[in-house]
Design a protein around this ligand. Sequence first.
Ligand SMILES: O=C(O)c1cccc(C(=O)CC[C@H]2O[C@@H](n3cnc4c(=O)[nH]cnc43)[C@H](O)[C@@H]2O)c1
Length: 236
Amino acid sequence: MSPAGILVATAVPAERDAVARAFPGPVTDVSLPGAALHRPPAGPDLLAAGVGPALAAASTAAALTAAALAGTPYALVVSAGIAGGFVPEAPVGSLVVADEITAADLGAETADGFLPVTELGFGTVTHRPPHTLVQAAADATGARVGPVLTVSTVTGTVARATALRARHPRALAEAMEGFGVAEAAAAHGTPVLELRAVSNPVGPRDRAAWRIGEALAALTEGFGKLAPVLESWKQP
Ligand SMILES: O=C(O)c1cccc(C(=O)CC[C@H]2O[C@@H](n3cnc4c(=O)[nH]cnc43)[C@H](O)[C@@H]2O)c1
């Protein structure tokens, strides 16, 4: 368990390593059933939880359960990584912190449009991170604050981007794991935060427009600034 009791869940090892660069020093590998942690000497536990909401939820739940069974439950879970940004509000290279983590394609398509699963009488589609933590994270990192959508299919057309923004007018970014990480955290009664670095615009598919290196560098810099906020944050 990390000293501050914080778990950071990225999708892939490149994102995990970008976060790790903000916490220099030799990393300890911790192997758990269903999850493998990297533990920097002073900093959060880091988990490459997998791509997509389902695998991210499963891996995050495994890490949370192991910590709880060891008697050292995490105090906070952070979903982090790269994302698509809705332009012009979230340009490539910018950071976004979620005030809402919303599953944007969890529901039913009808002749009259999309119905979220909540309108079908099931579950939830939005988790809200603690307001004070969101504000402190934004103040420390310069991140823009707004909803981050979780999708299972990366947006690749103007029509899809327009439809998402019509349903979520304040949305700043889309990624593929936040809601899964948040569901796992909620099952443990653990608060969640989502911090994303924008690697590409949401819209027509254009792999040449990806700036993954730039986004990973922004993630490292963001976590360097976020570290003191995470260490001092206490659940109200
Ligand atoms: O093949 C494509 O057109 C394509 C476009 C954007 C991203 C991908 C990925 O496979 C990356 C998925 C990975 O990175 C996060 N991510 C980054 N950009 C986006 C995005 O625009 N929409 C959704 N997710 C994005 C995501 O969280 C995954 O971990 C492929």
